[in-house]
Each structure stands twice: as C-alpha cells, then as structure tokens.
Design a protein around this ligand. Sequence first.
Ligand code: IVH
Length: 683
Amino acid sequence: MNREEARLRIEELTAAILHHNRRYYQLDAPEISDAEYDRLLRELQALETQHPDLAAPDSPTRRVGAPPLEKFRAVTHLTPMLSLANAFSAEDIREFDRRCKRLLGSEEPIRYLVEPKLDGLAVNLLYERGALAVGSTRGDGAVGEDVTLNLRTIPAIPLAIPRPAGGAPQADADVPPVPERMEVRGEVCMEREAFRSLNRRREEEGEAPFANPRNAAAGSLRQLDSRITAKRPLTMFCYTVGFAEGAPFRTQQQVLRALDAWGFTVNGLIRPAADVDACIRYYDHIREIRDTLPYEIDGIVIKVDAIALQERLGFVARSPRWAIACKFAADQGRTRIEAIIVQVGRTGVLTPVAVMEPVRVGGVTVSRATLHNQDEIDRKDIRVGDTVVIQRAGDVIPEVVEVVKTLRTGAETPFHLPERCPECGSHVVRLEGEVAHRCIGIACPAQIRERIAHFASRGALDIEGLGEKTVIQLVDKGLVADPADLFGLTKEQLLRLERMADKSAANLLDAIERAKHPPLDRLVFALGIRHVGEATAKRLAQAFGDLDALAAAGPEELEKIRDIGPEVAASIAGFFREPANRTAIEKLRTAGVVPRAVTRPRRAPLAGKSFVFTGILNGMGRNEAKSLVESLGGSVAGSVSRTTDYVVAGESAGSKLAKARRDGVAVLDEAAFFTLVRESATE
Ligand code: IVH
C-alpha cells in the first residue's frame, strides 16, 4: 500500500471506528462483533505504526484500548491547583467585594465573571504542542493521579487542539495561538439523567448504585481499566488555564473564549457581572434555577475578570484572593439516628439503613437514609445515637453527610453488619473484592420477596397489580415461595389479603394468566441472574433462541457474545448449574410459563443496512456486489443520504465519497467491503 492509499484507508478506518464507538458506547446497540471491531482497530494501529506522520493526534486508537493499569502514577502539576474560600450569603459576597477594593485601593466597581460551581471532580489537562499529553486529578493540589487513559475516553475532551495551518492568523483576533505547553482545568461531571440510568442499570444487574452524580463521576474516573470509564457517561466543563506558555490573556472572559474556540466545553451560564450587585442577582437567579439544570451544582464562583487585578490581589495560603465560591445552603438538616436496620435485596446484598427522627429537608420530611455499606459507615464513623447532618441531593435518596461529633455523649454504639441474615438466619459473607455483604440463604424470605417483585416488574413479566405490598403479604402468608407459585394462586387465597376486593383479585389473576407467554428476553431478565440486565437478556435471547440452549451454555460459549465478559458469563453459567434454580425453572414450565417462540431472523446479518457504491470495483461488478448485499438482507441505494450506513468506494470514487466523508458515513474500500460481507455470511 503506498502512502496515499494508506492515508485514505486511515480515513476510512477512522470514520468506521468512530461510527462503531458511538453505536457501542453511546447507543448500546453495536452492529459488529468485538472481533470485527478489534480487527478495524488493529488495522488502523498497524497503518499508524507504518506511517507515524499520518497518525492523527486524535485518532480513535488513542481514545480506548489500552490494557488496565496496576495503579495510577503520581503527577506534579506545573502550577498548583488551588482551592477557593467559601461564602454563604449575599453579605459574604459584599464583604469579599469590599476586601478586593480595599486591597486594590480603589472605590471603582470591580468587573467580575460569575460561574456556576459545578459539583464534580477537578482535573488538569496538560497539552503539549496542542496534543493532550497528561490528564490528572487534583489530588492534594500539588500532586495528583495520572488518569490520562480515562480522560481520553471522555468525548468532551479534545485529544488535539486543531492549529491553523502555517500559523495563519486566527479568525477571532481575541483568540491567541495555542500555547506550546498549557494546562487546561475544569470539572468532570456526570449529568443527572445519565447518572439515573447508570444507577438503574447497576441495580438491575445486582450492583450497588452510586450515592450521587459526583461519586459516580469520581468512581468512573478512578477505574484502572479505561474501557470501563469509556462506558460511563462523563462530560467535562473547562473553566480556566493553569500554566500557559506565553498566553497573553488579559481577562478571565478571554480565557474562556479561547477555551471555547479551541474545542473545550465551557459552561453556558457563565456571565460577566459589572459590579457586586450583579453578582448577587446572579447568585439568587442560579439558586432559583438550580434544580432545573441537567447537572448538579453547589453554588457559584465569582472571579475578578481582569488578570492584572488578579495578579495584584494575589493569594493567601492555597486560595486566590480574587475569587470566592459562594455556596447555596444545601438541602441539609440535622437529626438523630435512632436505629440502623438492615435490608436484604434480591441478590442477598445487605444494605444498612439509618432510621432517624423525622426532619424536614428541602421541603420533604425524611426519616430514613441509606448508609450504603459497612465501609461507608466505618469511613464516616456513624454510630447509633449519633446526631448527623443529612442531605438530599436532587432527587437522590437522602444520605448522611457527616456525624456531628461534638454532640456525642459516649452513649452511641458502633454498628456492624450482622454475621447472620436478619431475615433468615443464613450466613452473611463478603466476597473478595466486593464492598457488599451478602446473605447466602436460598430460602431467605427477603430475597424471595425481592425476587418475586423483580419477576413481576415492568421490564420483566410486567404483571399489573402485583405491587410490593401484595408481594410482601403473599410471601409472609406463605402463599408464594418462588415465582412459579404465582401461577397457582386462587381467588380465595387472594381475597384473604388486605385491601383485596373481588374485582382486584380477578384483575390480578387475569394479569398473571396473561404473563404466561412472555418474550424470551423478558423471562431471562425476570429470572434475576446477577449481572443480567435488560440489555444483556436481549442479547442472550437473540443468541440462544430458547431457554434450554441458554441453560446448557458453558462460560466459553457465553463469552463469545458481545459485551459478555468472564464475570457475567460465570454468573450466568453458575445460575443455571445451581440445582435449586433448575428446579425453579422446571416449576415455571409445569405452571404453563412458556416463552413466545423467538422468530429467529432468517440469515439476514445485513438487515436494515443501507449501502451506496461509488467508483470501480475490481473484484466483481456492481450488480454482483448489489445482489450479494441483498442476499444478506441489506439494501443498496443510488445516493448518500441520512440513512446510508456504508459507502463502498472503489477506484476513482468521486463526489459520493466526498459527501460520505463530510457527513461522517462509514466508508469501506473494496477489501474492507469483502471482509464485511464474508464475515457477515459466516457469522
Ligand atoms: S476555579 C483558583 N471555577 O471548586 C481557581 N472552580 O474550591 C480554582 N469548581 O477544585 C478553581 N466549579 O473543583 C473554579 N466554575 C468553577 C468551578 C470550580 C467547580 C471546583 C473545583 C475546585 C473547587 C475550588
């Protein structure tokens, strides 16, 4: 392959990989197998090694794919990452303004820049000659942890800042050339909606949910395996530069304008404020709209805009005198922990929950807060009888922020999760590498309740009218011990339950009857196999077509399915090996629960895929190629449009190829097209 061919192929591979990254990481709807994806990535890597000068600094080979790290390296920031002094009221803001004026020896109004204070994780990005070299956490302000591989997976972070060719003047005279070495600083966050769906997925898969978006962002950024971070929906807002060689910035606003022009994400709510009154109006306004923002904030930051004034004001200890964080009074309250109870979930996980004297927080009365797990209790040293500060963050369950240790009387008692399950008396174990303690009793009534509630839930068999309260009564009265028992319930039995009238009992029996023939994937999800959420259940159903085939599969066979790694495969195979589970499944079958037959698609691996051919194919004629695509279920169109999936570019390809490149449609050369067809046909 000559240089020009290599350049074209690199472009094609890049477009294809970007397309597949989006399908895989963002849409959770991959179109090609892992093996196929790895092949594309390896081909690109090989070409980049052969032609290093053609390797784009933001090539997808540089976003993901590095092997997991043993531990993070320490990095010293070129300039320290400072913290901010705190203010809590309009009066504190006026005091800050008076002090600035006093230090500057001027009564003139000071012009500020006002910004939301984002509740995430501060990071530092070091760019060398426009390319991201090192990304690190704040750490203690002087030395942080090297999380470059993880930061590279965040779409909002440019891997390379495009530089104008040949030093041509920038379009915007206010934007200086990119400094040779520059530190860009900002906050890595997870938006609320993304946080909620991440937690939903974790709970479905039997994993502990994150307490709040900030913890989720921090946990995701501190993964040793960057492929995990890549799946977490992180974003980054940049708000300043640290070290910036020769950058002639005059104002903070100019810094932000440059960051924006260089491709960083700058928060859209940042405003200039002509004087202290404007700062206070901004503070009130942002507090008002706080809950409507897609991300969490905990206050505003006020910065003196002119850099010359910032330099004159200087620093005290580790905080600049020219900036202040003005926090919102959090939705917090103080109360006493009366008891700590233990809840047992579907997978046997024990969750400690604080029962507190009721207190109003953010307009809602709160009397319970999750304590997450034993590690969290130990870290915060939470004891029964303690007075604690609790907080509601957005619509997240209330949590204990800290213990008010000065109010301790000595009568408080430390808490330890029990060694025996409070519901069934079975042993409680903590598995290697897990924070959770689990009850291992298979007949544990709490687990039974949770399993049945899960079985009947919306994404599973969706049995209308079988809510949590009914399930509790059914299990407590001994009417139901496993999901199959639901199908043997009689009207007389149901009428014995509280708040169950003739009509509702009849409706419930109907709903149970209707649930007997679910799609296979819902039944698989309903079984409550650890690590098997709705998406995984769908893949399993597609791959195996019926429950017996799935139950017979060994870990190696399961691992061949996309997105199923060793841990998930072991969990599935282990579930079906367990005699009690086999009996429960057999019982379901006897009760008449038979999933709807999966209509296996006929061999149509390219179904829904639209191809456009351009240029001359050497290996076969256009018509032949077209019937090949059609025989595999794909379609062929004459021109590139929004619905085109692949443009196949032969020799002397012209405008269709140019359009495909412009629109980001995946481009295949003849060889790649044949590989795709061959692999689709044999998959
Ligand atoms: S400026 C010297 N701007 O707050 C300036 N910080 O207590 C240092 N933060 O570690 C930071 N939003 O994590 C700045 N718009 C914003 C911010 C912000 C959140 C965080 C950041 C920093 C901490 C300072």
